[in-house]
Design a protein around this ligand. Structure first.
Ligand SMILES: Cc1cc2nc3c(=O)[nH]c(=O)nc-3n(C[C@H](O)[C@H](O)[C@H](O)COP(=O)(O)OP(=O)(O)OC[C@H]3O[C@@H](n4cnc5c(N)ncnc54)[C@H](O)[C@@H]3O)c2cc1C
Ligand SMILES: *[C@@H]1O[C@H](CO)[C@@H](O)[C@H](O)[C@H]1NC(C)=O
Ligand SMILES: *[C@@H]1O[C@H](CO)[C@@H](O)[C@H](O)[C@H]1NC(C)=O
Ligand SMILES: *[C@@H]1O[C@H](CO)[C@@H](O)[C@H](O)[C@H]1NC(C)=O
Ligand SMILES: *[C@@H]1O[C@H](CO)[C@@H](O)[C@H](O)[C@H]1NC(C)=O
Length: 536
């Protein structure tokens, strides 16, 4: 095995060193043949010898774990300026027998949009980012390289009473986020971002560009929550806008964790998912270090972080009835516009202008690892004390609990591939970040996530234990190679998709039977007959 890997890495090196020049020529030739002549393809193709190769590659790396000298790097990067560049890239990668990785915003937790264990071409869609909002028809066409912050900004620019229900971090890319689900402060009222997609432009394995009508309902189903990268390249989404009030109300109540605060978390577990659907209260538990005399200590802070689609006086009434223990006062609430609430949740300093949402430079880039679970019945109070102990072991550990319920309960598990609907009280994300990327520190932090994940087993969903695709976790399992079978992949596939995994694999078998779009957690192709056998 070691010998095999060794030979294999020599193969990669030789491809990237000696053959790469002629390879680059061939690739450029193929792209030119398949693109319109207006834009010289040499302006959108980078090989490692181009001076800006590294800066383009790193411009969209959001996790430093995948930005080291030993991280696998693409033979070529293509940065399309028009749709047909993406079509040509698919055609040429197939012709030259190369894998492709598709990247929009680069937030993949495991770096799967820009790394691979094989020679590959990076299709980087960051320059396809136009946003066309049509307030009259209540929808927008958004290209995948846009960030969700830009989408929010462009909607708010045209109307103070329209919005879109996607995630909290404004830099997340529209491409990956919408194809994996996407949730934020409005999920209890409007569901996921993926629930609000009404059309798409998509490049299939043959390099054809398709819309909803021409791709058919199977592909259109699969790419909304199934992770589009197993099926092809999304170029743009047509999204449905939702109503937001002119004034929303936000609050953050922070406490140090003691027994009383634990009681609040416990109460929240019972009501967070049942509250008025205009009200979203998330719980964030964060360890930070303090210095107490000579001793450095970790302490835990608990924050109830909330958005209400309405005025503060209405919010207070709801809170008095359903969560009086929190002791929310009018002075704890801030009224603002919906677009200002987007900034509020993204941790920009107070007073930042909404123009900041157009800014694509991250505040900081760190090493991180995450994992997730769904909770279906409240975790016993005593168990929380154990969980706090584990959180205290590491500074910069975070637990984020997002309440479900509301609209999420009304959408069936098979409506789109994202299956975590009725019966889930909340999603819990385990997250840890660190700044020293040395082997020791990285190992220690990753081990922490694994220990917590193991510890949580008795308290979370089971058979299958479920997880959120957009918090991708390779510890759940990975494909060994392009021939990984349906049953092998089911180990991780059922966690993300439950029973939708089988339909995803059948759609994959129909549209990409030779598995061109393959990666560590891509859906394996299943022919209909195999599919019948697999479930018998
Ligand atoms: C700091 C941070 C905050 C986050 N906050 C939230 C949040 O509030 N809510 C939430 O739900 N999630 C959140 N996420 C998770 C986020 O939704 C996922 O990481 C999402 O997949 C990122 O999309 P991207 O385009 O930025 O990433 P990429 O790394 O570009 O893509 C992710 C995956 O999608 C594929 N893909 C990307 N573009 C395309 C395309 N055009 N066609 C086909 N396949 C494509 C990639 O190949 C890869 O498999 C957060 C992540 C981070 C790092
Ligand atoms: C990369 O380098 C080649 C050869 O010097 C050049 O022709 C091409 O324009 C460069 N690509 C970009 C995107 O700058
Ligand atoms: C909430 O308001 C009360 C009363 O004004 C105040 O004492 C308390 O500090 C506030 N809490 C937060 C978290 O701001
Ligand atoms: C916890 O709550 C009890 C009863 O409400 C109160 O008497 C006590 O002071 C609280 N403890 C802390 C640390 O806030
Ligand atoms: C996958 O299967 C094909 C067809 O059976 C075979 O030719 C190929 O070598 C296999 N690839 C790997 C990586 O095992």
């Amino acid at each position: 095995m070691t010998r095999f890997l060794f030979l294999f890495s020599i193969f990669i090196l030789s491809v990237s060193a000696s053959c790469s020049d002629s390879f680059y020529e061939k690739f450029i030739q193929c792209l030119s043949l398949n693109s319109p002549p207006l834009i010289p393809v040499s302006t959108i193709v980078y090989s490692p010898s181009n001076s800006s190769y590294l800066s383009i590659l790193e411009s969209n790396v959001k996790n430093l774990r995948f930005s080291s000298p030993t991280t696998s790097k693409p033979l070529i990067i293509v940065t399309p300026l028009i749709d047909s560049h993406a079509q040509a890239t698919v055609i040429c990668c197939r012709q030259l027998g190369l894998q492709v990785r598709i990247r929009s915003g680069g937030h993949d937790y495991e770096g799967l949009s820009y790394t691979a264990g094989l020679p590959f071409v990076l299709l980087d869609l960051q320059f396809l980012r136009s946003i066309d909002v049509d307030i009259e028809d209540n929808n927008a066409w958004v290209e995948v390289g846009a960030t969700i912050g830009e989408v929010y900004y462009r909607i708010a620019e045209k109307s103070p009473i329209h919005g879109f229900p996607a995630g909290l971090c404004p830099l997340v890319g529209v491409g990956g986020h919408l194809s994996g689900g996407g949730f934020g402060t409005m999920l209890r009222k409007y569901g996921l971002a993926a629930d609000n997609i009404i059309d798409a432009h998509f490049v299939d394995v043959n390099g054809r560009i398709l819309d909803r009508a021409s791709m058919g309902e199977d592909i259109f189903w699969a790419i909304r929550g199934g992770g589009a990268a197993s099926f092809g390249v999304v170029i743009s989404w047509k999204i449905k806008l939702v109503d937001v009030p002119r004034t929303v109300t936000v609050f953050s109540i922070a406490k140090f964790l003691d027994r009383n605060a634990t009681k609040l978390v416990h109460k929240w577990q019972h009501i967070g998912h049942k509250l008025d659907t205009n009200l979203f209260i998330r719980v964030v538990i964060q360890a930070t270090s303090t210095t107490d005399g000579r001793f450095r200590n970790n302490i835990l802070q608990l924050t109830f972080n909330s958005m209400f689609l309405g005025r503060a006086d209405q919010l207070l009434k709801i809170m008095e009835n359903s969560f009086p223990e929190l002791g929310l006062k009018l002075s704890n609430c801030t009224e603002m516009s919906w677009i200002e609430s987007v900034l509020y949740f993204s941790y920009y300093p107070e007073g930042t202008s909404i123009e900041a949402l157009r800014d694509r430079i991250p505040q900081e880039i760190v090493y991180f690892k995450g994992a997730s679970d769904y909770v279906k019945k409240p975790i016993p109070e005593a168990a929380w004390e154990q969980i706090w102990k584990m959180c205290l072991e590491e500074e910069n550990s975070v637990l984020i609990m997002d309440p479900y319920g509301g609209r999420m309960n009304e959408i069936s598990e098979s409506e789109i591939p994202f299956p975590h609907r009725k019966g889930n009280l909340y999603n819990i994300q385990y997250f840890i970040q660190w700044e020293d990327g040395g082997v020791g520190p990285s190992k220690r932090h990753i081990e922490w996530i694994r220990r917590v994940y193991k510890h949580m087993t008795p308290y979370v969903s089971h058979s299958p234990r479920t997880a959120y695709l957009n918090y991708r976790d390779l510890d759940l399992g990975r494909n060994d190679n392009v021939n990984t079978t349906y049953s092998q992949a089911a180990r991780w596939g059922l966690k993300y998709y439950k029973n939708n995994f089988r339909r995803l694999a059948i759609v994959k078998g129909e549209v990409d039977p030779y598995n061109f779009f393959a990666f560590e957690q891509s859906i394996p192709p299943l022919t209909f007959n195999e599919g019948k056998r697999a479930t018998e």
